[in-house]
Design a protein around this ligand. Structure first.
Ligand SMILES: [Zn+2]
Length: 124
């Protein structure tokens, strides 16, 4: 499994193709913003992170709370570091006036829910 940030994962591609389909203009992986957000909608001042459940420690799903048995401490530190960094980045973005949405990998496997989550965020 490659590092999630900066890689064009299937969940990212799905989110991007929905946005494209709906006619939203966006940029991807903007290096000049905290956390290098996966999707940036500059006109709407909105940002979408598409997070892998394992790497970003999704607390609400099995994949997000399961850790490898070997090197348990390493993984615990690694993932809690990612979770902390994600929080810091989201806060920094919100302070600068961005609206931030996190889409989890597991959510992209339920297209109907994904669609309503994205539309709610985009239309708010
Ligand atoms: Zn998840």
């Amino acid at each position: 499994m490659s590092r999630i940030k900066g890689s064009n994962t299937a969940p990212e591609k799905l989110v991007r193709s929905l946005l494209h389909w709906w006619g939203y203009r966006f940029r991807i992986h903007r290096k000049d913003l905290p956390g290098k957000p996966d999707v940036v909608l500059p006109i709407h001042r909105k940002i979408i992170f598409v997070n892998g459940c394992f790497w970003h420690g999704h607390a609400a799903c099995k994949k997000g709370v399961t850790r490898p048995v070997t090197n348990a401490r390493f993984w615990a530190n690694k993932i809690s570091g990612n979770v902390g960094r994600d929080r810091v980045n989201r806060n920094a973005l919100r302070r600068s006036g961005w609206k931030v949405l996190t889409v989890w990998e597991c959510e992209t496997k339920r297209p109907d829910r994904l669609v309503s989550k994205l539309l709610r965020f985009l239309q708010e």
